[in-house]
Write a protein that binds this ligand. Structure first.
Ligand code: PMP
Length: 390
């Protein structure tokens, strides 16, 4: 049996040791973490729906009606009317024939690749795709090749190399650690020309981007038909939990038959489905949340630029500040925490070596005064030579 302690020790020495914090209370900007009040800039609850009264009420009503646990997989007897209604609502929201619920986005990504691909096929992915897409490629046994970040020319080069091979091209819509948006129209054109499947993981775009919150495709004016496979998560912009894949009839039926992460797992609680239906309603009826969020993004970027900080090329609520060195990023994150500001340092291997950063995320639940407090904290720390920034 391997001794695990030296490996943990090594992680510590490399400033890669991950630690959890204890949250008491709901997901909202002002939180109690490890027993003390902090202002958090790290949640993916971009619209503030995780603690929206209508969403909470729908969750409670769902539990009253359906009980708590689903009790079984969708294909046994865990698929309630609430799940079914949510699938129909998500299909309509994303302009697709059908949608299929998964318990998490991680599982949805694994399920798609495993159901569609086999040994001898290939997966082409953006180099900065989320870990779950990379793991999806691995589990499918298809050959994984990665193209340069957001670079259609590099994808074209790979597609040309082996045109006969069954191919799935997948990309994040919004890149989770950089906040930039994939060039979807150019990627979709290349896939259509090459006869490849094209899949977008819109975990960070859904509910947030586009005039109606339909996500990155809407933001870029891309017709739904040009992206045959759309994956969206419910635990971020929609404030609940779980995920879905949306697409054509045959795709969804294939996933129901063959995606092991769909077939062999318990359905999400029905109350999550009723809560998500309420969240979708808020997305539709309160567009001012997206407008407020865009305003906060502009405020933060203007303030950070004034401080001379290194922003990344993002106009989404993910606004990383590039630090470079992992230890310096950690020190900055700890310095902010000492001032009551929670902003995580993201370090290798989650991001490439030398690109450690603070991952600031903004939410419609933040106020302009919250953003000012963050900028004040950064100002105080960035004059310190130990910070490595400014
Ligand atoms: N895709 C992306 C781009 C993500 O950022 C995440 C979550 N961080 C996932 C998929 C996984 O989604 P879930 O949390 O629902 O498993």
């Amino acid at each position: 049996m391997k001794d695990l302690a030296p490996l943990l020790q090594q992680r510590r020495a490399e400033h890669r040791y991950r630690q959890r914090r204890l949250l008491d209370g709901p997901q909202q900007p002002e939180q109690i973490i490890d027993g003390r009040p902090v202002l958090a800039f790290c949640s993916n609850d971009y619209l503030g729906l995780a603690s929206h009264p209508a969403v909470i009420a729908a969750f409670k009503a769902g539990a009253d009606r359906y009980g708590v646990g689903a009790g079984a997989a969708h294909l046994v007897n865990g698929h309630t009317r609430a799940h079914h209604q949510l699938e129909e609502a998500l299909a309509a929201f994303t302009g697709r024939d059908r949608a299929l619920l998964f318990s998490t986005g991680y599982m949805a990504n694994l399920g798609v690749a495993q159901a569609l691909l086999h040994r001898g096929d290939r997966v082409l992915q953006d180099r900065l795709n989320h870990a779950s897409l990379i793991d999806a490629a691995r589990i499918s046994e298809a050959r994984l090749q990665r193209y340069r970040h957001a670079d259609p020319d590099d994808l074209a080069r790979l597609l040309d190399r082996d045109p006969e091979r069954e191919t799935l091209v997948s990309t994040d819509g919004v890149f989770s650690m950089d906040g930039d948006v994939a060039p979807l129209p150019a990627l979709a054109d290349l896939c259509a020309r090459a006869g490849a499947w094209f899949m977008v993981d819109d975990a960070h775009g859904l509910g947030v981007l586009g005039a109606t919150g339909a996500g990155t495709l809407e933001h870029q004016g891309l017709d739904q038909a040009r992206v045959p496979i759309l994956m969206g998560t419910l635990g971020k912009g929609l404030g609940t939990a779980g995920a879905f894949v949306a697409g054509g009839e045959d795709l969804i039926e294939t996933l129901i038959q063959a995606a092991r992460t769909y077939v062999y797992t318990t359905a999400m609680p029905a109350a999550v489905a009723t809560a998500t239906l309420a969240a979708l309603q808020v997305v539709r009826t309160e567009p001012e949340r997206r407008e407020h969020l865009r305003m906060l993004v502009r405020q933060f970027r203007a303030g950070a630029t004034e401080l001379g900080l290194t922003l990344m090329d993002s106009d989404t609520p993910i606004q990383p500040l590039l630090v470079g060195d992992a230890a310096a990023a950690m020190a900055l994150s700890e310095g902010l925490l000492a001032r009551g500001l929670l902003v995580p340092a993201i370090r290798p291997p989650t991001v490439p070596a030398g690109t450690a950063r603070l991952r600031v995320t903004l939410s419609a639940a933040h106020t302009p005064a919250h953003v000012d407090r963050l900028l004040e904290g950064l100002r105080a720390l960035c004059v310190s030579p130990a910070s490595g920034m400014g």
